[in-house]
Design a protein around this ligand. Structure first.
Ligand code: 8ID
Ligand code: ZN
Ligand code: ZN
Length: 350
């Protein structure tokens, strides 16, 4: 490794789920032969990072853990078997840090579904540190002209909603409902949906979020804190229900409602991962309406390249607020309270 790479660095680490989030010095990791060492400049904070810290899901995190999986930075070192990267390239750290590339899922480009998937900020120390390692095959190529703070949220939020919209399989001019529209994923989903030619109805809570999602391109806003009959309101606004729904809220109730308001022959896409939740669909209506319910999980390398291309062409503007890495606990608090518009991005130099 080059002499300009320090031996220690700042990171946010927790020793146990729900335990203190310590901003402290830890060693700079050494890349394996197939890995890059990335000097992370900025990292988005995804609601998944909050779930990981709280231990919300039936999959254990590594402990102690450095979270974060929307890291944007510069390649500063690499292992001997890395191909296709140079020192100085812009690189992105995604949720899927690495996969086996040999199983039946990897073979068909469904790398996130690999049983051996290594996950940034979950099973592999992530981007809430100044220097992080990433598998060179899965690391995202960020174009050199990109603003790294604005590119960071594309690496999870952007890729995920773009893939979810592809999963909904809509046609230009059709309606898509984004449930959880003002959050990190939702604020990008509105823009990808518009760029793909769809009409957007957004659901979230509060007047400020309504103004925000309309500015981002939603034609209609429905406030779940004010509207008593969400199902009828969505059906009315879309003349019979949206053709697709992207569920990015962290709410079981909102997901259940989406199965009811979706248009006959429509597709409900599950993305948000509220702890311990089940999706409840009435069998009779689901059959008679011939509704499809599909899960969608981040995206593969091609989805990543495509999502970054929409961004590089200026079609997606990430609504970000930049704060220091040390402020992660305050960001988690705001996120838990549902007080965030768009995405918080951490500057790792602070
Ligand atoms: O690959 C995946 N499937 C994937 C990838 C990335 C993230 C899944 N996720 C999951 C996260 O783990 C999380 O569960 O997507 C969910 C949303 O992540 P986020 O966008 O990073 O969260 P956020 O910024 O907190 O936004 C959530 C929004 O939902 C709204 C909130 O007001 C907030 O704006 N919301 C809630 I909570 N309840 C709602 C309701 N009943 C609601 N909006 C509409 N109706
Ligand atoms: Zn994420
Ligand atoms: Zn695999």
């Amino acid at each position: 490794m080059s002499s300009s790479i320090p031996k220690t660095q700042k990171a946010v680490v927790f020793e146990k789920n729900g335990g203190p989030l310590e901003f402290k010095d830890i060693p700079v990791p050494t890349p394996k032969s197939t890995e890059l060492l990335i000097h992370v400049k900025y990292s988005g904070v995804c609601h998944t990072d909050l779930h990981a810290w709280k231990g919300d899901w039936p999959l254990d995190t590594k402990l102690p853990l450095v979270g974060g999986h929307e890291g944007a930075g510069v390649v500063v070192a690499m292992g001997d078997n890395v191909k296709g990267w140079k020192i100085g390239d812009y690189a992105g750290i995604k949720w899927l840090n690495g996969s086996c590339m040999n199983c039946e899922y990897c073979e068909q480009g469904a790398e996130p579904n690999c049983p051996e998937a290594d996950l940034s900020g979950y099973t592999h120390d992530g981007s809430f540190q100044q220097y992080a390692t990433a598998d060179a095959v899965q690391a995202a190529k960020i174009p050199k002209e990109a603003n790294l703070s604005e590119a960071a949220p594309i690496l999870c939020a952007g890729v995920t909603v773009y893939k979810a919209l592809k999963t909904a399989d809509l046609k230009a001019g059709e309606w898509v409902c984004i449930s959880g529209a003002a959050g990190g994923l939702g604020s990008l989903a509105i823009q990808y949906a518009n760029a793909m030619g769809y009409r957007v109805v957004g659901i979230d809570g509060g007047a400020d979020k309504g103004e925000f999602v309309k500015k981002l391109g939603a034609e209609v806003y429905i406030d779940f804190t004010q509207e008593k009959d969400i199902v009828s309101a969505v059906k009315k606004a879309t003349n019979g229900g949206p053709h697709g729904v992207i569920n990015v809220s962290v709410s079981e109730k909102a997901i259940d409602q989406s199965v009811e308001y979706v248009r006959p022959l429509g597709v409900v896409v599950l993305v948000g991962l509220p702890a311990g939740s089940k999706v409840t669909a009435p069998v009779f209506e689901s059959v008679v309406k011939s509704v499809q319910i599909r899960g969608s999980y981040v995206g593969n390398r091609k989805d990543t390249a495509e999502a970054l291309d929409f961004f590089a062409r200026g079609l997606i503007k990430c609504p970000i607020k930049i704060v220091g890495l040390s402020e992660l606990p305050e960001v988690f608090k705001l996120m838990e309270e549902g007080k965030i518009l768009g995405r918080y991005v951490l500057d790792t130099s602070k």
